[in-house]
Design a protein around this ligand. Structure first.
Ligand SMILES: NC(=O)c1ccc[n+]([C@@H]2O[C@H](COP(=O)([O-])OP(=O)(O)OC[C@H]3O[C@@H](n4cnc5c(N)ncnc54)[C@H](O)[C@@H]3O)[C@@H](O)[C@H]2O)c1
Length: 350
């Protein structure tokens, strides 16, 4: 890992790598997951936060013990007080803030969706390539123990060659998550509706479980609100291995439904993420496997710090974040044009 991490000493005098972290945007995800995640990590220290709302920045700095607060992200990344940043800003600000941080050779954990277009995502990857820093995208759902286990089981060949995947991701929408944040339904700030917001998770899960998607056909609609962006999307997928898939996303279910089923030549694997269960029905006399031990949960924030300290590649690369976004954008394009759309997108997703 190219950057030098500050070395401090703990009480016993043993050297410890401490990553000084700045959190950019102090809204819902920053307060609920990023800041507590860094505070809990023995190798991280929150030294700065930044929010355009100064009162909020100050209050969050006090609550999480950050020495500095900023209202301008450029001032934070230039300050010399942080080695790493979490980007927890509205989606349309990801490219400029991530690029600024990478230009200062910082380690960057950027929230999903990586950006609001594939072209932006490609520029972020180029900035990471030029930087001494590192870029990780927070495709957090794949780290749920049920999905970590499902990825391992499929890779092990337990259910044989993949024939189909059925992937569904839905909850009641952003109002319950961040009631004051109107940007989620403003297409200029968010890049879209339910598809960019949570379809990006569904896309990352499909790609992580069964590999590439070659082509999509899709519909999007706004079924349950008067928002200008879609709250529902359905798509059919042609997988890279020749298999097929169905893909459903919506902001219309309470409680949330996060369910994935993969059919292989040797069996059927079913994940219910909300229930925390995974089951495998094997197609021969081996029957059904229900008591599948799950790995311990390690959050993406902890994994980011672990990777920085160990000098390892980030657990979700910019390219993987871009690929999930490209699938989302292909679904939008297919729905708009009412025709099949190939992935990667023609024209590079401009
Ligand atoms: N991984 C997940 O499952 C998950 C869940 C929720 C949100 N997110 C992502 O996290 C990001 C933030 O979402 P959120 O729910 O925290 O939204 P939010 O609206 O609660 O927080 C955004 C914060 O950014 C601040 N901000 C806006 N413009 C700014 C600027 N120019 N400079 C500094 N601060 C500015 C706002 O004041 C606000 O505090 C989004 O990209 C979202 O998609 C990811």
């Amino acid at each position: 890992m190219p950057n030098e991490i500050m070395i401090t000493s703990d009480e016993e005098g043993v050297g410890t790598d401490v990553v000084r972290v700045g959190v950019l945007g102090t809204g819902a995800i920053a307060q609920r997951l990023h800041l507590p995640g860094y505070v809990d990590h023995p190798n991280a220290e929150v030294t700065a936060v930044c929010d355009v709302e100064e009162e909020k920045a100050r209050a969050v700095a006090d609550e999480f013990g950050a020495q500095d607060h900023f209202t301008d992200y450029r001032a934070m990344v230039e300050s010399g007080t942080v080695d790493a940043v979490s980007v927890c800003l509205p989606n349309h600000m990801h490219e400029e803030s991530v690029t600024a941080a990478l230009d200062h050779d910082l380690y960057v954990l950027c929230e999903k969706p990586m950006a609001t277009s594939v072209a932006e995502a490609n520029r972020m990857i180029a900035a990471a390539d030029e930087s001494e820093g590192v870029l990780m995208i927070d495709q957090s759902e794949r780290f749920a123990p049920v999905y970590q286990k499902a990825i391992d089981l499929i890779e092990s060949g337990l259910i044989g060659d993949i024939q189909t995947i059925r992937a569904r991701f839905s909850h009641s929408g952003p109002e319950g998550w961040a009631p004051r944040s109107t940007w989620f339904t403003d297409a200029d700030a968010s890049g879209g509706g339910a598809m960019v917001d949570i379809g990006i998770h569904n896309a990352d899960l499909v790609l992580s479980l069964v590999g590439d998607v070659d082509e999509v056909m899709a519909y999007t609609d706004t079924l349950a609100s008067d928002a200008e962006v879609e709250d529902t999307a359905v798509a059919n997928l042609r997988l890279g291995n020749g298999g097929l898939g169905t893909f459903e996303v919506s902001w219309t279910t309470d409680p949330e439904k996060i369910e994935t089923q993969v059919v292989g030549t040797e069996g059927v694997l079913t994940v219910d993420k909300v229930a925390g269960t995974i089951a495998v029905d094997l197609s021969d006399e081996r029957g059904r496997v229900e008591e599948i031990p799950l790995p311990e949960y390690r959050s993406p924030i902890a994994r980011f710090v672990d990777a920085v300290v160990a000098g390892e590649d980030p657990p979700v690369t910019g390219e993987e974040g871009r690929d999930a976004l490209e699938l989302v954008m292909a679904i939008y394009r297919a729905a708009d044009r009412r025709e099949p759309v190939a992935v990667p997108l023609e024209g590079g997703g401009e």
